[in-house]
Design a binder for this molecule. Structure first.
Ligand code: ADP
Ligand code: TYD
Length: 210
């Protein structure tokens, strides 16, 4: 059997991921970036994790209750949700030449479940077989209190993910990621300014986009 490659050469569209703590501006930047890419004539699919699929719904349901999930159970749910997203949405889109802009991916699992004590090596091992490496991962970075201030009016779900000390650990893991596709972006300026910076990095890496 031929070994399937997760390398960029085996697919046509770009695979771009946005990461960061809660309230860091990921979905805002995903929208701005998708709009910009479309204005350049690319076909873009925007996706987010956790998804709206059966595992994603279960994650949402369970995370309403504090401590309802042990780290291992939580890890399993995020990985199952992602497996489905990769197989059903991400891989087919990339294969057909679409560009995928994804709000959260396995770097979130490294940061959030890693911060709950799951070894990073174990999380990476779980993803190796099925999760394609993105072309670029933008990690929007800002202090936890700034992020929480931005989302204070958001519906009270995911509360156990939004604990301040926990998120400080999460932020730290994000900042320590050394993967070559990861680029840390200051998440404090205005959304327009951050968008300009993201676009500059992207076109620096992929000059054909200009
Ligand atoms: P995330 O998807 O990372 O949780 P959002 O994009 O939903 O973050 O942004 C959270 C809140 O902060 C939203 O109300 C959004 O309008 C606002 N916001 C997004 N980016 C910025 C920014 N650069 N400066 C100030 N507020 C922002
Ligand atoms: P999300 O819906 O992106 O929340 P937000 O819009 O507030 O950023 O994600 C929900 C929560 O799930 C978020 O607090 C981060 C957490 N999460 C993990 O713990 N592990 C993961 O692998 C993913 C994808 C998300």
């Amino acid at each position: 059997m031929m070994k399937k490659s997760n390398k960029r050469s085996s697919r046509a569209g770009l695979f771009i991921v946005l990461e960061g703590i809660d309230g860091s501006g990921k979905s805002t930047q995903a929208k701005l970036l998708a709009r910009k890419l479309r204005s350049k004539g690319l076909e873009v699919l925007t996706l987010s994790e956790p998804t709206d699929g059966k595992w994603g719904q279960e994650i949402r349901q369970l995370s309403r209750v504090k401590d309802s999930l042990k780290p291992q159970g939580e890890l399993d749910l995020f990985v199952w949700d992602r497996k489905e997203n990769v197989a059903k949405n991400i891989k087919p889109a990339l294969k057909s030449g679409k560009t995928v802009v994804l709000d959260r991916y396995f770097y979130s699992t490294l940061a959030y479940q890693g911060a709950r004590g799951v070894p990073l090596k174990k999380i990476r091992e779980l993803h190796k077989k099925f999760a394609p490496t993105p072309d670029v991962v933008f990690i929007l970075d800002l202090p936890v209190t700034n992020g929480l201030k931005r989302i204070k009016d958001r519906a009270v779900i995911y509360r156990h993910f939004e604990d301040k000390d926990y998120l400080k650990k999460v932020r730290q893991v994000f900042l320590e990621l050394k993967d070559p596709e990861c680029v840390v972006i200051d998440g404090r300026p205005s959304a327009r300014e951050i968008h300009r910076k993201i676009w500059a990095v992207l076109t620096g890496r992929f000059p054909n986009l200009k």
